[in-house]
Design a protein around this ligand. Structure first.
Ligand code: SF4
Length: 421
């Protein structure tokens, strides 16, 4: 979902943020601002939107302009935070946005001669804050850059949950259907940098608060994880119906050799048996990046003479090493991966496709892909209204025996309805 602001590169962001702060100060404290800057001089650079004039193409000039924006920004902040300045100026949202953008995008140091040096922060030299923290516009502090496969956008994500009881993948009630229409039961909005999997539990919490928890939750593959499979079942009694992320081991990625599923795991004996019938030498519970794991190693003397070693490990020396999850998570993950390859799963999972029609309807009818407002709270409210509107359209169509999706109704079907009316 696209934010209601223009996309800005880092140079434009720096300049437009200084400009937005100047605008706010000129409106809130014009007399004070005229006393701390040369208004006509600053107006030459910041009188119009930064992207309304052609930015320099030469790298040298762009670097100089970037530095100038940074110097101007720090100069402005120094004036705002000076002891003689009214204290409330620092409370202005535009001032806080400028401070944040400067911290994210500039370094400010003192060289050996005692001179202040303002430089743009470079990712490989100075480091940059993670994308989920970085402001993308001075006018919408909630928007973030998001990426999905080869698509990038600045804004938000909307997560739609709806009922589904109809095996018809189209998900739409037919005019003569007795089945009630699918009803949107939850709408969640996040900035575009939040991963889908971070919202699964939040969506369940929201559904639980309103007594709308399902027995089964059909999800896109971005939402589940091994931990969520177990947590959803134990905490809310929900079975996740979703393809799990594939095993990311080198063997699984290559589609050849022995991935984790090829090994037998005996949690009671704390031992793993390989496809050649050899048993592991060590079993070490560990914590890796905040996740409980078990690192299993096979002995070097076991693996070195193995005739299928090249299908098992790429280690130059040493034996095969596996990282598995604790028992309940490992077993849930292996079961889910085995199930998702069956025809029964594919037939069942086809039901999830109905929500794609809901998203398409949300885009076509309520323009859900474009934010009308700025900020996460207002954008979420917009999504709630969109969901209510779609539910009312569906209920109205169902009560009156009309097709839900008129855009996909044939002219012949509409003629039949008109004649029957
Ligand atoms: S390399 Fe080691 S772990 Fe792999 S199959 Fe051979 S003996 Fe088993």
């Amino acid at each position: 979902m696209l934010a209601a602001v223009r996309d800005l590169n880092r140079l434009e962001l720096a300049g437009e943020t200084v400009r937005a702060c100047l605008e706010a100060l000129a409106a809130a404290a014009p007399g004070w601002l005229a006393g701390v800057i040369d208004v006509s001089d600053w107006n030459l650079r910041y009188g119009v939107r930064v992207d309304s004039w052609r930015l320099p193409t030469s790298e040298t000039k762009r670097t100089a302009l970037t530095t100038a924006y940074g110097v101007d920004g720090f100069t402005l902040l120094e004036a705002v935070y000076a002891p003689e300045a009214p204290a409330w100026l620092a409370q202005l949202p535009a001032v806080e946005v400028l401070r944040t953008v400067l911290v994210h995008n500039y370094t400010r140091t003192v060289d050996r001669r005692g001179r202040e040096v303002v430089k743009r922060r470079e990712a490989d030299v100075d480091g940059l804050p993670p994308g989920r923290c970085r402001l993308t516009s001075p006018y919408d502090a909630g928007a973030r850059w998001g990426a999905k496969r080869d698509m990038f956008w600045c804004g938000y994500k909307v997560h739609v949950s709806e009922t589904c009881t109809d095996a018809d993948p189209a998900g739409a009630a037919q005019p003569d259907s007795e089945d009630p229409p699918n009803i949107i039961t939850n709408i969640a909005t996040t900035d575009a940098a939040v991963p889908d999997a971070a919202m699964t539990t939040a969506i369940h919490d929201s559904l639980a608060q309103r007594g709308l928890l399902p027995d089964e939750h059909y999800l896109d593959s971005g939402y589940p994880s091994a931990d969520l499979l177990v947590e959803s079942a134990t905490r809310y009694g929900i079975a996740l119906v979703t393809p799990m992320m594939a095993d990311v081991s080198a063997q699984a990625r290559a589609g050849a050799g022995f991935d984790v599923a090829a090994f037998g795991v005996d949690f009671d004996a704390q031992q793993v048996t390989c496809p050649r019938g050899r048993t592991s030498a060590s079993w070490s519970p560990a914590r890796q990046r905040g996740t409980d794991t078990i690192v299993v190693k096979f002995d070097t003397d076991t693996c070195r003479p193995c005739p299928v070693r090249d299908q098992c490990t790429t280690a130059g020396r040493g034996g095969r090493q596996l990282t598995i999850r604790p028992r309940h998570i490992h077993q849930a993950l292996q079961q889910a991966r085995a199930w998702q390859d069956t025809k029964a799963f594919k037939a069942k999972y086809a039901l999830r496709a109905g929500v794609e029609g809901t998203i398409r309807q949300g885009i076509a009818v309520t323009d859900m892909r474009h934010a009308r407002y700025r900020g996460l709270a207002k954008t979420h409210l917009e999504h709630v209204y969109s969901a209510v509107a779609l539910n009312l359209i569906r209920l109205d169509a169902w009560f009156n025996g009309l097709p839900v999706d008129r855009a996909h109704t044939s002219h012949l079907a509409r003629l039949e309805l008109a004649l029957a009316a």
